[in-house]
Design a protein around this ligand. Structure first.
Ligand code: F6P
Length: 518
């Protein structure tokens, strides 16, 4: 696929000129005053999600030029290649087909994908049947997912997000860190005969997960329990390694599912255990309608495309380096961490598809906490600090509780923060001045359901695809995590031996400090 690098397109040059002429001094207050239709023009209903983009530093011309940029860089062909199963993850020579995981049984798929699609359906059916079995088994009260990165964050985020729907009588624990304090803390509250361990690892080689899995197995065996088959299951593409480890119950997936895109695969088993087979299918269905939107809506009215292009505009023209995620829903408390991996591991790259250095910025830093908590911590800086940081508000219209008065207060705060960031306060003087004109996007769900969560996550996946595609990077590899892994393997025995040979002076000095005493 021949693609033009973003900064070599005509649209990029026009965007640069547009930014210099008016973009850099864009004022939201003026834009709303001059255009009474601005809200309507810049908000959009997509499946299960309503998005207000009107408080962003864009106008119709910015969006038109960004869409031209997407066309010139070949976004549509690249998107279609992904859905068709072409090996767009070129550095690993793999297809990128997480969208196949949410394609419903009976849907027409290309002949080249038929065999993979059959495997997907068979595995899904087996995994959901297992989930229902365990849900009906009241002797299992605790489910412990052992996995890290994509094998932890997605299921953890989703189980928390859907906590209102989670089956009573089962507790869910997520152990990811190699720090033994985490596993130890969880094991202390467990009885082996009531616990199901899920060992979640695409590769079944990740050091942290293997260390935790070994310790969990040892703990289980030391208690005198022997029925590993009933109390351990593995979610992995490396079924053989799981069997060697001693786990018989395995649910597979495939190398064309990236770790951070894997919650739709057997990695999603904790979600299915929590909300049931039907709930899991609803999650998939929500993602699927967003896939269809991404595939078929014209770019101008394509929400993931508009968001991905906005990200390019902010990063490369305004040069904003971070974005704050503010979910106004405490059940979405792990969403920022989940989105961090999704976006930063996908688009935190400095070279193009051919490994050549890129002359522009790529992934911003993503961070955040649920509102209103963030308001009493770092929002000060967002309102009056020297950097402009675009925010993303996520609000849910209907609460899943009936505690009087709380939900209106929560929603009022979300609205007020977005308003304050934009309008500011100019006449109060000195320390009380708010510059305003600080951009934000505002997402609304009617309810937090499996469908709306599925749609929102798919929206983000495609948004990340869009910006990554325009930047011309491979959003589906993660070589940047490898060096640290190699060095940790070298350092670990040195902690015992004290051998600092060949280390830089700082690492050597710290090694001595951290060596066990006595
Ligand atoms: O180290 C990063 C990473 O490779 C992530 O991309 C991945 O989600 C995580 O590790 C876990 O990998 P695995 O599922 O193979 O254990």
């Amino acid at each position: 696929m021949q693609r033009t690098r973003a900064d070599r397109t005509a649209a990029w040059a026009s965007l640069r000129a547009h930014y210099d002429a008016s973009g850099k001094d864009f004022d939201l207050r003026r834009a709303f005053a001059e255009d009474p239709k601005r809200f309507g023009a810049l908000c959009q209903s997509a499946p299960h999600v309503f998005a207000d983009l009107s408080k962003n530093l864009i106008d119709a011309r910015t969006e038109a030029l960004l869409v031209a940029l997407a066309r010139e860089t070949g976004l549509e062909a690249h998107r279609d290649a992904m859905f068709a199963g072409e090996h767009i993850n070129a550095t690993e020579n793999r297809a990128v087909l997480h969208t196949l995981l949410r394609t419903p049984a009976g849907a027409a798929v290309d002949a080249s994908l038929a065999s993979a699609f059959n495997d997907v359906q068979a595995t899904l059916a087996a995994m959901l049947a297992f989930a229902e079995e365990v849900r009906a088994d009241h002797t299992i009260t605790d489910v412990v997912n052992i996995g890290i990165g994509g094998s932890d964050l997605g299921p953890q985020m989703a189980v928390l997000a859907l906590e209102a729907d989670v089956a009573r009588g089962k507790r869910f624990h997520f152990v990811s860190n190699v720090d033994g304090h985490e596993l130890d803390g969880v094991l202390r509250g467990l009885a082996p005969e009531h616990t199901l361990f899920l060992i979640a690892s695409k590769t079944f080689t990740t050091a942290e997960t293997m260390a935790n899995a070994r310790s969990a197995k040892r703990w289980f065996e030391q208690s005198g329990s022997v029925d590993i088959a009933r109390h351990f299951a593995a979610l992995t593409t490396n079924v053989e390694a799981a069997r060697e480890f001693g786990i018989e119950t395995t649910f597979g997936f495939w190398d064309w599912v990236g770790g951070r895109y894997s919650l739709w695969s057997s990695i999603g088993l904790p979600i299915a255990l929590a909300i049931g087979a039907e709930g899991f299918r609803r999650l998939l269905a929500g993602a699927r309608v967003m896939d269809e939107h991404f595939l078929t809506a014209p770019l101008e009215q394509n929400l993931p495309v508009r968001l991905g292009l906005l990200d390019v505009w902010y990063r490369d023209f305004h040069r904003f380096t971070s974005r704050c995620i503010a979910p106004y829903h405490s059940s979405l408390r792990r969403l920022p961490a989940y989105l961090q991996q999704l976006e930063m591991e996908s688009n935190g790259k400095q070279v193009d598809m051919d490994g050549k250095p890129l002359p522009f910025g790529t992934s911003p830093v993503l961070w955040g906490e649920p509102g209103t908590n963030g308001q009493h911590a770092y929002f000060q800086m967002l309102h009056q600090g020297t950097d402009v940081i675009p925010l993303e508000f996520i609000a849910v219209r209907d609460a899943a509780h009936d505690l009087e008065g709380h939900h209106p207060k929560l929603l009022a705060n979300a609205l007020a923060q977005a308003q304050a960031l934009m309008v500011g306060q100019a006449d109060a003087g000195g320390h009380r001045n708010f510059p305003g004109n600080r951009p934000s996007s505002f997402f609304v769900f009617e309810k937090l359901t499996p469908e709306s969560l599925g749609a929102f996550v798919a929206l983000y996946e495609h948004r990340v695809f869009t910006s990554g595609s325009v930047w011309g990077i491979n959003s589906f590899d993660q070589w940047g995590v490898e060096l640290g892994k190699v060095l940790a393997r070298d350092i670990e025995p040195r902690l015992a031996s004290g051998n600092a040979e060949g280390l830089d002076a700082s690492t050597a000095g710290l090694l001595q400090r951290l060596r066990p005493r006595g």
